[in-house]
Design a protein around this ligand. Structure first.
Ligand SMILES: Cc1cc2nc3c(=O)[nH]c(=O)nc-3n(C[C@H](O)[C@H](O)[C@H](O)COP(=O)(O)OP(=O)(O)OC[C@H]3O[C@@H](n4cnc5c(N)ncnc54)[C@H](O)[C@@H]3O)c2cc1C
Length: 467
């Protein structure tokens, strides 16, 4: 019998520059492929979940692409710990190939799958794919993981060679996909989900969607550094969801930035390195998923006012930029990076609410939700994580608004009840000398939930007690 391999797709939903697929195709002339809608993850999600719909479309596109190359993507629904070994046994597979995932639950799942496969005499082979450098690739001179970004980045850049950016030429080998009878794809409803508003949002799933965004961003990458902090401007790439599900290749993105060069591209590469910094951090310190990276802040006692939390979630804190950002998140599943920092700082240091509450809320709502980056971002904002800055960096939500949305364009878009306020009043309506006729603060838009100056002092005292 010819050697048969099985490629298990997870967060790498593409048929190009894909490490596991490349290696499997190189080592067998008969390669099967599978994607599992994992019930252990799906069980905890609401029936209408934009991410599930996004993934569903990506899987459907990948299935079409692999079919067009003469293969078939088998799509299963269940627990991969049971399904993968069973399928491998049914198909007479020699080895299962997949790309590494560094999240604690994924590591546990993969260890169980590897164990079961070993019991059946089947190999489990894993590859680096979603990052340029992983795990112990970048260590300090003393062989410790980096816990501060800048030295990590410097070593990352020093280590980078052309080979790290080379694509895996998968497409040349796709003829080795095992021919299979066409299998229908389970519908969203069959998976227990319903369609969301994804189709109405400006989000195109799949490799096609990722490619279109990359091409468009390529035209404006030179302006990235100057525009990236202004949420009303089209400065950033919007590629995060595609990086999350692997419909773009990190090697392609980093190579593009590196070859393009210049301030804008290098600034963008810096952000891609932040992503890897947080990935390696989670891998080395998996405990950050549930507690502060800095031990001193593990016992911080936040007052956690539930009504304030609800106001933050719903975008009715009375701070226009914070509210606009939360409404962007709720309405689209995306939030601009500057605003993730502003809203996270506001939750923790103005409302004195545990960063994990916010982290959890973002995890539910973000289309690009990624445990490593989300946790890293929240711990950065809460000053509990890997950050050279001390806890007394506290964003002022009004000056952030004046600086990064000076004409209130972003606020007007998401908080239309403030549209008639002038460019000064819109950042802090309660301080305005005059408001438009007929507009009443507290009725048409909330009065501020808290006083920033007072809460700042309270936050400093809270952190000081723990330091
Ligand atoms: C509180 C908080 C929570 C966050 N949660 C997530 C999350 O769940 N998923 C996620 O992908 N990013 C998260 N980020 C990082 C960042 O906000 C998003 O990656 C970015 O806004 C996505 O938009 P973009 O693709 O247009 O980014 P661009 O500015 O175009 O950046 C390109 C890519 O670089 C990476 N990147 C950019 N900034 C960061 C950063 N600060 N940390 C890590 N990677 C970065 C992303 O992969 C991004 O797609 C979070 C940041 C904060 C402060």
């Amino acid at each position: 019998m010819p050697i048969r391999h099985l490629v298990w797709f997870r967060r790498d939903l593409r048929d190009f520059d894909q490490a596991a697929l490349f290696h499997a195709l190189g080592e067998s002339a008969s390669v099967y492929t599978v994607f599992v809608f994992d019930t252990t993850i799906l069980a905890g999600l609401p029936r209408a979940d934009r991410r599930v719909e996004f993934i569903w479309h990506c899987v459907a596109e990948l299935k079409r692409a692999l079919r067009a190359s003469g293969g078939e993507l088998l799509v299963r629904h269940g627990d991969p710990v049971e399904l993968i070994p069973r399928l491998a046994q049914e198909l007479g597979i020699t080895a299962v190939y997949c790309n590494r995932d560094y999240e604690p639950l994924a590591l546990r799942r993969d260890a169980l799958v590897a164990d079961r496969l070993a019991g059946l005499g089947i190999d489990f082979r894993q590859y680096k794919d979603q990052v340029i450098f992983e795990r112990d690739d970048i260590l300090t001179a003393a062989h410790h993981p980096y816990t501060v970004f800048t030295p990590y980045k410097n070593t990352w850049l020093k280590r980078l060679g052309q080979a790290d950016l080379d694509s895996y030429p998968v497409r040349e080998r796709l003829a080795r996909l095992a021919p299979c009878p066409d299998e229908p794809m389970p519908s969203l409803a069959a998976l227990g989900f319903e369609a969301t508003d994804l189709g109405a949002l400006n989000v195109v799933p799949g490799m096609d969607g990722g490619m279109a965004l990359l091409e468009a961003f390529g035209q404006r990458i030179d302006r990235y550094k100057t525009l990236r902090d202004f949420p009303a401007k089209k400065g950033v790439s919007y590629l995060s969801v595609h990086l999350r599900f692997g419909t773009v290749s990190i090697r392609e993105l980093a190579r593009f930035a590196w070859n393009h060069g210049g301030e804008g591209a290098m600034c963008w590469l810096n952000e891609l390195i932040w992503r890897e910094f947080y990935q390696q951090l989670l891998w080395h310190f998996p405990q950050v998923a549930s507690e502060s990276f800095k031990p001193a802040y593990r016992d911080l006692v936040f007052p956690n006012d539930e009504e304030w939390f609800a106001a933050w979630c719903e975008g009715r804190t009375g701070y226009p930029l914070v509210d606009a950002a939360m409404r962007q998140l709720n309405g689209s599943g995306y939030m601009h990076n500057r605003l993730r920092m502003v809203t996270a700082s506001f939750l923790v240091k103005d409302l004195l609410i545990d960063w994990r509450w916010g982290e959890h809320y973002f995890a539910e709502k973000l289309l690009d939700y990624d445990l490593a980056s989300n946790n890293g971002g929240w711990q950065w904002a809460a000053s509990t994580g890997c950050d050279a800055q001390p806890y007394f960096r506290i964003f002022n939500p009004v000056t952030q608004s004046e600086k990064f949305d000076p004409e209130g364009r972003f606020i007007r878009r998401y908080v239309p009840e403030l549209a008639a306020l002038d460019n000064k009043a819109i950042h802090a309506p309660w301080l305005a000398n005059s408001l438009p006729v007929g507009f009443r603060l507290g009725r048409d838009y909330p009065a501020p939930l808290v006083d920033h100056a007072a809460q700042r002092e309270a936050a400093l005292a809270l952190y000081q007690r723990a330091s």
